[in-house]
Design a protein around this ligand. Structure first.
Ligand SMILES: Cc1cc2nc3c(=O)[nH]c(=O)nc-3n(C[C@H](O)[C@H](O)[C@H](O)COP(=O)(O)OP(=O)(O)OC[C@H]3O[C@@H](n4cnc5c(N)ncnc54)[C@H](O)[C@@H]3O)c2cc1C
Ligand SMILES: CC(C)=CCC/C(C)=C/CC/C(C)=C/CSC[C@H](N)C(=O)O
Length: 477
């Protein structure tokens, strides 16, 4: 039995989390609910592009895993096109020399890997695959409409105590325990953590596995930019975009058209210098809740809603069109240097995390130099690069543009994830980033929050936090 749907729902944040929440809420609650989506910056949030010489390049979230089924579904439903992330050869630099270099010959590569690291690369692949297999259970649960009231319960339903254990231990501890060698960890695993999360192997094991899966083959992106998924979902959900900054959320009793006093949430926001407010039955917060990133205050809640102090990692994306000074990395002659991505080991003397050639968000210029003056390179660094540092990296360059980010949580296991249910009908999506931050994770959190809000609204407690779902759904077949 269903209760009458809510009149109004507010979502704060129009990144991939907020816009996919709007899409799923519309599916669950139907066409009559008014959905307001608040955004103080650009639709897309951490999915954004930067322009170099008239071409757009991904500046934030750029690659999507072939098994990220929500993102795949969005692209299909919205009629968008995809582009394959171009491969190219990768090397690992330790501050003095290249400790690993890929070859364009598959067989040579295999021999190199086995020669340098034994069968650890294959074992690592199998380790990640096993985690991904379990992770994929979420799609089955969500397609059967099951929801979870906490990130820990969601993870436990996927991978049991093993997944919770990964959240509480560092990747280094987890992989050392699994028998991986120091050399393999330092020369292969640590560089992948640096390029993807700008951190060391002291991040939690779960995000470590997600990061390693981000080095799989078959990665893809959305033609025209990943942010097109957000604008597409916003439109498809028929939500109303409010370009304003939410400052406060307060619980208040209001008399609705039925004449009954009802507890509602007042969302107080600013557009320019003007302060406005509106009342909602349900509110979803789809932005990291900390002072630096969203600055939202919860007023008069009983019990009070805790302050969130999750520290987000500062990362700078720099795009430079120029000619790489490859002699910095290798003694090989300039014209013999064929690497398109250079990762780095955990060395505090290095001023970059990674550097790699990127193609624009339109497919047709894949890895082609824009002119004979060079490719466009994407550099990730902890700090903004100085002119001296750029001149060290490039023999010549004719354009540079940067974007600093508070990119993803600074992982420090054991992780205690923030609550999803902040109050009766107030939900928080970005707590899932404590497990791992990625576009698909935000989409999963959004689907979960929409289902949770729907079931709690209708009193369907049997659809929330069901134990042994994997077994139950197996026998249902
Ligand atoms: C440099 C970089 C590279 C990345 N690479 C990848 C990748 O290759 N693959 C991948 O899967 N993931 C990647 N990620 C992670 C991915 O981009 C994020 O996990 C994801 O985009 C988060 O989406 P979100 O909607 O949850 O949050 P956000 O995108 O941060 O959206 C939150 C939105 O809320 C808005 N907002 C905040 N406060 C308020 C307020 N008070 N009022 C109104 N609006 C507010 C913000 O302006 C923002 O638009 C990367 C991230 C970065 C920074
Ligand atoms: C959620 C699952 C199962 C998989 C996601 C895998 C994935 C795509 C991880 C990437 C995560 C991330 C934060 C990457 C940042 S850098 C991306 C890229 N290397 C670049 O150069 O821009």
């Amino acid at each position: 039995e269903l209760r009458a749907p809510p009149d109004k729902i507010a979502i704060i944040g129009a990144g991939i989390g907020g816009t996919s929440a709007a899409y799923y809420l519309r599916q669950k609650f139907g066409k009559d609910v008014k959905i307001d989506l608040f955004e103080r910056g650009e639709v897309g949030g951490r999915l954004a592009t930067m322009t170099v010489r008239g071409q757009e390049y991904e500046a934030g979230g750029s690659v999507i895993h072939p098994l990220n089924l929500h993102m795949k579904r969005f692209v299909k439903d919205l009629g968008l096109s995809t582009i394959q992330s171009s491969g190219g050869l990768m090397g690992v630099y330790n501050g003095e020399t290249l400790v690993f270099e890929e070859s364009s010959w598959f067989i040579v590569n295999m021999i190199k890997l086995i020669w340098q690291y034994g069968f650890q690369s294959l074992r690592m692949h199998m380790w990640v695959e096993d985690i991904l297999d379990k992770f994929m259970r979420i799609y089955r649960y969500q397609s059967h409409d099951y929801a979870f009231s906490s990130v820990e319960k969601l993870l436990h339903s996927l991978g049991g105590d093993e997944f919770l254990g990964m959240l509480n231990r560092t990747l280094l501890e987890t992989l050392q325990k699994a028998g991986f060698s120091e050399k393999f960890l330092n020369e292969i695993v640590a560089p992948v953590m640096r390029v993807n999360y700008g951190q060391s192997m002291n991040i939690n094991g779960f995000v470590g596995a997600v990061s390693l899966s981000g080095a799989d083959s078959g990665l893809w992106a959305v033609e025209g930019g990943n942010k097109l998924v957000c604008s597409g979902l916003l439109q498809a959900s028929k939500s109303n975009l409010i370009s304003g900054s939410v400052m406060y959320i307060e619980e208040k009793t209001r008399t609705k058209h039925t004449g009954r006093p009802t507890k509602m949430y007042e969302v107080i926001y600013q557009i320019g210098s003007e302060t406005r407010s509106d009342f909602y039955d349900i509110v979803l917060v789809a932005t990291p809740l900390n002072r630096k990133m969203s600055n939202i205050t919860f007023l008069n809640f009983d019990p009070p809603i805790e302050e969130f102090h999750q520290y987000y990692q500062h990362i700078v994306t720099t795009l430079i069109k120029g000619q790489l000074n490859s002699t910095l990395f290798s003694s090989r002659a300039l014209d013999k240097f064929d690497l398109s991505t250079i990762l780095t080991t955990d060395n505090s003397d290095l001023f970059i995390n990674s550097i790699g050639i990127v193609s624009s968000v339109t497919e047709n210029d894949n890895l082609q130099p824009l002119t004979d003056r060079g490719y466009v390179w994407k550099i990730f660094s902890q700090e903004i690069l100085t002119k001296e540092q750029i001149l060290k990296l490039f023999l010549s360059y004719d354009y540079a543009v940067k974007q600093p980010w508070l990119a993803y949580p600074h992982y420090k296991p054991p992780e205690k994830c923030p609550s999803i249910i902040l109050h009766d009908r107030l939900y928080y999506l970005n707590g899932i980033e404590c497990a791992a931050s990625a576009m698909e994770m935000s989409a999963i959190a959004a689907h979960n929050a929409a289902l949770l809000a729907y079931h709690r609204w209708n009193g369907h407690t049997d659809m929330i936090d069901q134990e042994d779902l994997y077994e139950k759904l197996k026998t249902e077949l």
